[in-house]
Design a protein around this ligand. Structure first.
Ligand SMILES: Cc1ncc(COP(=O)(O)O)c(C=O)c1O
Length: 425
């Protein structure tokens, strides 16, 4: 173990388990010193971190507030009710379930509520930017249901709604998912809503990536166009690792029953509490500023990358993420991602639509601005970030480790002026 720990931050942990405390300390240092560009990640506030580490962790509470299978729920019921009421207010929905353990179980609960095994379901294909749980073959959702998949057009990188409509009317899926993990453009929930109504399908907006942008008014809301909203709470929403399902009142019972007792046992109350805290933060005017700054930073970063000759899927971004096709640079995504990691810039390699390469060795990298915006970086810094990425990708191609080390030092130097929320200074 070469990286020093921070025993002052976690004294009990350091005393009881120095090995584990050292790893936590090393991760704190890594998160402080690197430029984290993975668009599904963020820095939660110290308050969210504290809430998720409370004694609420000690309590079992199967059921829902006022309807539990265990006694002693005087406080837990209030915690969960706070989270539910805040979710309803922030997203403008009738009903919210804050118990799903994460995004994947939340989506599984949606299938359980509205489909039977073997039924046809529809979502965006994984290599096009959809999520595994939208009916992709290797996922349980693609094995237990008959997944039919739509994509984006090769010439524009945008969803082809004629294709979506044609497929929906031909296949008549029970459930249609819109949203995804690598979509740089605004999701047209109204267009999906029209198609779903015509096809008689339940429409689910999986807004995991953009929940914070919706909460902050920087992306249109899926309300009232969709039946169900599924979201993780740990991406742009800047909460703990968890998820929520939201809907109009008519679907409330079906969703609640699917989450518990259909799929899960006791909710993770410490996570519920941290979700409540994150939702309170998301209701403040400063979060609107944050959400708009995330998008402004992503647009500025996209412009600066285009100016350096990078090829961006769909030509840019409307939201928090940018999908870069590195084919013209002749550097595969994985090689670039690993080199950038050595340069202190953390991204993930990613397929691009119609990628001729394999998912484990694809053509692209996916980057985003939620984390750097949480640290306070602004549009003025995005040219510098693009320059680092440019130099990192070039060094990946030539194997210039010295150039990567130089970028790493410059990154760490800038970031000392922008301490990350929740991390020891
Ligand atoms: C759109 C979307 N849905 C669902 C999930 C799954 O969330 P989790 O990783 O919490 O299971 C993700 C995670 O990346 C996602 O991007």
């Amino acid at each position: 173990m070469t990286t020093p720990q921070h025993p002052h931050t976690h004294p009990a942990l350091a005393a009881a388990d120095p090995e584990l405390a050292a790893l936590v300390g090393a991760e704190e240092r890594l998160q402080a010193e690197t430029l984290r560009l993975i668009p599904s990640e963020n820095y939660v506030s110290a308050a969210v971190l504290e809430a998720s580490g409370t004694v609420l962790q000690n309590k079992y509470s199967e059921g829902y507030p006022g309807r539990r299978y265990y006694e002693g729920q005087q406080n837990i019921d209030q915690v969960e009710t706070l989270a539910v009421e805040r979710a309803k207010a922030v997203f403008g929905v009738d009903h919210a379930n804050v118990q799903p353990y994460s995004g994947s179980p939340a989506n599984l609960a949606v299938y359980l509520a509205f489909a039977e095994p073997g039924d046809t379901v529809m979502g965006m294909a994984l290599p096009m930017g959809g999520h595994l749980t939208h009916g992709w073959g290797v996922s349980a959702t693609g094995r237990w249901f008959r997944g039919v998949q739509y994509g984006v057009r090769q010439d524009t990188g945008l969803i082809d709604f004629d294709e979506v409509r044609e497929l929906a009317l031909k296949e008549r899926p029970k459930v249609i998912f819109c949203g995804g993990t690598a979509l740089p453009r605004t999701i047209d929930f109204a267009a999906f809503g029209e198609i779903a109504r015509e096809a008689g399908a339940v429409l689910v907006a999986d807004v995991a990536h953009i929940a914070g942008l919706i909460a902050g008014g920087a992306h249109p809301s899926p309300v009232p166009h969709v039946d169900v909203i599924s979201t993780t709470t740990h991406k742009t929403l800047r909460g703990p690792r968890g998820a929520m399902l939201m809907s109009r009142e008519e679907h409330a019972k079906a969703l609640d029953k699917a989450v518990f007792p259909g799929l899960q046992g006791g909710p993770h109350n410490q996570t519920t509490a941290a979700i409540a805290v994150a939702l309170r933060e998301a209701s403040l005017p400063s979060f609107r500023d944050y959400a708009h700054a995330v998008v402004a930073n992503a647009k500025a970063l996209a412009e600066a990358l285009l100016a350096r000759g990078f090829d961006l899927v769909s030509g840019g971004t409307d939201n928090h993420l940018v999908l870069m096709d590195l084919t013209p640079k002749q550097v595969p995504g994985k090689i670039a991602a690993k080199a950038l990691d050595r340069a202190g810039i953390v991204v993930n390699y990613n397929t691009v639509p119609y990628d001729p390469r394999k998912p484990f060795d694809p053509s692209g990298i996916r980057i985003g601005t939620p984390s750097l915006t949480s640290r306070g970086l602004t549009v003025e810094h995005m040219d510098q970030v693009a320059d680092w990425i440019d130099r990192g990708v070039a060094a990946a191609g030539t194997g210039d480790e010295q150039a990567l080390a130089t970028v790493r030092a410059e990154v760490a130097d800038l970031l000392t002026a922008f301490p990350a929320p929740g991390l020891p200074v």
